[in-house]
Design a protein around this ligand. Structure first.
Ligand code: TTP
Ligand code: MG
Length: 357
């Protein structure tokens, strides 16, 4: 019997800040770009649950978060505190947590800085896996002074959906016999992989929940969505089973920056690119990676069209200058007619490394 747990830290960056700055305990916190009194152009990385009550959330423009915080303040609610991202401290906490998790399971997939899948099959039963999950949560609470939410199920898909059901500090166990019923009432967007497009296509047929979409046959889904339709059929039934990806494979680390104003200024752009490359390099070290082997640069133009260019290096490296050089080489064509014939201004730059070890 396969038993998989998904561990996901609660409001991770914000929780680390609350822990490390007792003065801020109990305040609404927003971690992300500089709000610049409402004129900032970056985004929210995360917000604690008190700030989420104001409508603030990850990936929201920081200016929107600022506006919501101002509104709450005018309504007499506690003012929100805006904090810069401090990846080094979050990376250190992440490494400690991953180390703890590896002591609880033979196979652990580090899915991102704050989440991991554990193979708990050796526990032998869902009851014992649940006890193990309680022990993990308790260890994270006492040693790191942070809370995590855990989901347990027969595969990664179900475990991931389960971990999100009772946040924060939740524990949700979905036994094999309960999978169909557990998923049935959930909105379609809860299923990883169902984005706005698939959601809209299904909504056009009057389908909002997982149970609704189960009325479509597999051949029909294939006809409409191709190979994704086959995966979707399995996912709607919680029968989508993929192996844990252990150690480095298929992982990436990236950073991006939205400019205060769209720009064509090559000096400014190159400086931003170097900042991003250095940030990614530091982030890699913070996550404990010894090397990377591929580099990707993302460019979003003023009209929001987005392009990427990537390269795989001849050998793995940890050299910051190699990363800077590759990022610059990949970016140069965006400064002239090769990748930017209309001389569009640039809104956002991103740098990402993959094939980590
Ligand atoms: P999440 O686990 O998605 O979010 P969270 O831990 O803040 O909150 P939740 O309790 O809902 O799990 O992401 C983990 C961290 O990754 C988050 O603390 C900050 C960072 N992050 C971003 O920087 N940008 C994003 O858009 C998202 C979603 C996360
Ligand atoms: Mg989280």
């Amino acid at each position: 019997m396969r038993i998989i747990a998904h561990v996901d830290m609660d409001a991770f960056f914000a929780s680390v800040e609350e822990r490390d700055r007792p003065r801020l305990a109990g305040r609404p916190l927003v971690v992300g770009a500089d709000p610049k009194d409402g004129k900032g152009r970056g985004v929210v990385s995360t917000a604690n649950y008190k700030a989420r009550a104001y409508g603030i959330h990850s990936a929201q423009p920081i200016a929107t978060a600022w506006r919501l915080a101002e509104k709450a303040r005018r309504d007499g609610l506690p003012p929100a505190v805006f904090l810069d991202v401090d990846m080094r401290r979050y990376g250190a906490a992440s490494r400690e947590i991953m180390k703890m998790l590896r002591a609880h399971a033979p196979h652990v997939e580090e899915a991102s800085v704050d989440e991991a899948y554990l193979d708990l099959s050796s526990a032998g039963s869902y009851g014992r896996a649940e006890e193990e999950a309680r022990a993990i949560k308790e260890e994270i609470r006492t040693k790191e002074r942070l809370t995590a939410s855990v989901g347990i199920g027969p595969n990664k898909l179900v475990a991931k959906i389960a971990s999100d059901r009772q946040k924060p500090d939740g524990l949700t166990v979905v036994r094999p016999d309960d999978v169909l019923g557990f998923l049935a009432p959930l909105p379609l967007r809860t299923i990883p992989g169902i984005g706005p497009k698939t959601e809209a296509a299904l909504a056009a047929r009057g389908m909002r929940t997982v149970a609704d979409a189960r009325r479509i046959t597999e051949p029909e889904l294939y006809a409409q969505f191709g190979a994704w339709g086959i995966d979707l059929y399995a996912k709607l039934r919680g029968a989508y089973d993929t192996p844990l990806v252990v150690e480095g494979e298929a992982k990436s680390i990236g950073e991006q920056e939205t400019f205060a104003e769209d720009t064509r200024d090559p000096v400014m752009l190159q400086e931003a690119l170097m900042r991003l490359a250095d940030g990614v390099h530091a982030h890699c070290a913070a996550r404990g990676f010894a090397s990377f082997r591929s580099v990707t640069v993302t460019v979003r133009f003023a009209d929001f069209t987005t392009r990427t260019r990537g390269a795989t290096l001849s050998a793995p490296t940890a050299d910051r200058d190699v990363l800077r050089f590759e990022a610059l080489r990949l970016f140069m064509p965006f400064l002239d007619h090769r990748e930017n014939p209309g001389r569009r201004a640039i809104r956002l730059l991103g740098v990402r490394v993959e094939k980590l070890q």
